[in-house]
Design a protein around this ligand. Structure first.
Ligand code: SAM
Length: 285
């Protein structure tokens, strides 16, 4: 369907933008790093200028915007259970000086686990960045099965997770607590006390655009609840969950941190879980 955006773009071209205006480190990390990694993996197997792409767990959509502006994608549909992407027009104005978003982008809020396959069948590629560790365990298989149904035969699905739960900062709480594996060593109450007591600035690259809505204390609660809801998936479990529903592994890369593991953890968890902090997984149908 042609939107107003399509007609404006047809008449006036893509709104000019300038990466020299970027001041926000979260924006930069997604506009540059995340988009470059997705382009490397997905652009390596699909032709981005002609591919129809779905981004599962698109968040604020900054990566999608960069895939269009910097890597030539022309059709990306982002879905998410939250509506952070509604901020993207403002963010793009502030960080790039763009007057309107490219018509190549569309977004949708979904209920967690809602089927997408009826409306989004036949896509060429699906990507999911830092999202699958947040999906509730019991929804993993139904969601993966549904994404499999969305993809056309011969299509590709790229998943990235970082940090993996058992890795040194797998709690996603590092912005408040820099002690490696603290979530595996301390109680929830102890962790919350550290977060609650935290004062001063946090790493700008880890502060998303939701921070302004929540405020300092609200953001602490939000981030801690996110930690408690993590599904604790390991890289092997992710691969097994995806291949169980029919995907084939094309290529994967698992990154490990080089750190001394405390003896108490070595006795409780496999060494590989404790050091493997990231997985890039390219799947095909
Ligand atoms: C850490 S954020 C990553 C967002 C984005 N990919 C990025 O790189 O900024 C995880 C995202 O997954 C979304 N999410 C969590 N569970 C989901 C589900 N069941 N279906 C769709 N999105 C989900 C969250 O709302 C959130 O936007």
């Amino acid at each position: 369907m042609r939107t107003l955006n399509h007609w404006q773009e047809w008449l006036f071209g893509v709104s000019p933008w300038d990466a020299g205006k970027i001041t926000d480190e979260w924006f930069r990390a997604h506009f540059e790093y995340a988009a470059d990694v997705v382009n490397h993996w997905v652009g390596g197997v699909l032709d981005l200028p002609t591919a129809r792409l779905l981004n599962f767990g698109c968040g604020d959509g900054i990566t999608d915007l960069a895939l269009v502006l910097r890597h030539g994608a022309t059709a990306i549909h982002g879905v998410d259970i939250r509506q952070e992407y509604a901020k993207l027009p403002r963010i793009a104005r502030e960080q790039l000086g763009m007057r309107r978003l490219p018509a190549a982008l569309s977004f949708e809020t979904i209920r967690s686990g809602a089927s997408l396959a009826q409306r989004h069948a036949g896509v060429d590629g699906i990507m999911s960045w830092s999202t699958f560790e947040h999906v509730q365990r019991e929804q993993l298989t139904p969601i993966l099965r549904d994404l499999y149904a969305c993809l056309r035969p011969g299509g590709y699905f790229f998943i990235q997770i970082e940090p993996l739960f058992y890795s040194p900062f797998g709690s996603h709480l590092r912005r408040y607590d820099d002690v490696p594996w603290h979530h595996l060593l301390a109680s929830e109450e102890e962790l919350w006390k550290i977060i609650e007591a935290h004062e001063g600035p946090i790493d700008a690259a880890e502060v998303d655009f939701g921070f302004a809505d929540f405020g300092v204390d609200g953001y602490k609660k939000f981030v801690f609840n996110e930690y408690r809801a993590l599904n604790r998936l390991t890289a092997d479990e992710l691969v097994e969950a995806t291949t169980d529903v029919g995907f084939h592994v094309v290529r994967q890369e698992r990154r490990h941190l080089d750190m001394e593991v405390p003896q108490s953890l070595r006795d409780r968890y496999p060494q590989d879980w404790l050091l493997n902090n990231e997985i890039f997984l390219l799947l095909s149908k």
